[in-house]
Design a protein around this ligand. Sequence first.
Ligand SMILES: [Zn+2]
Ligand SMILES: [Zn+2]
Length: 244
Amino acid sequence: MAAFSLFLNFLYPPRCFACGMRFGAAEERRVCDACIARVERMPEPQCNICSGPLESVVSGESRCARCAAVRPHYRKARTIARYRTSAEDQPGTLPALIRRHKYGLDQSAGRAIAEYLGDRLPVSSADYDLIVSVPLHWRRLWWRGFNQATLLAEEVARRLQLPLDAVSFARRRSTTSQTARDHDERIRNVRRAFVVLYPERIRGHRILLIDDVMTTGATVNECARTLIAGGAVSVDVFTLARVL
Ligand SMILES: [Zn+2]
Ligand SMILES: [Zn+2]
């Protein structure tokens, strides 16, 4: 650890990003063990397309009802953790972290999220040529100062040693919040919201698309549709968490 950052840690003792617990001055971590231990995994068995819960396992069928009815444009979606939006959330859980990350301006959140990812990603570098993050509209990016999906994508790109393209894919329409919408409304809300600006950089590539949280999958599905229309060979999705 560089002397200067040790000095900074002395002045401002590092705290767990999620629960606020103080670390020692020499600590480089941003999330404590207790908070890491509280990360809730997705329940099994899972849909082999969207990783959502399977209501029942019929022989040979491992798709959830929604993926069986309409196959998504992405091949598969993988996630690290379950995201609960209900009131029983404790401070220090993954939702608490993401919420701060989403609405705060603390850039060290990128590092905290890297620690939440753990050692092993549920995706492998051999399957992809390029990493793309779900874009924010420029106005929201300007207001917020950073795109949390891109912070996560930077970390995933670093680990998989794959290039990240954060400019070729853009949001052309500022969609209103998805939070209070049902699935059909979400689909209408994001339709044609994205655009491939530089098709030559997307064409022929197997893309790993990154977002922080997946809710119904309407946003990542519309991204996948647009990227494939723009020439991508395939799109898989990786998110930090998924709402259930
Ligand atoms: Zn903690
Ligand atoms: Zn599914």
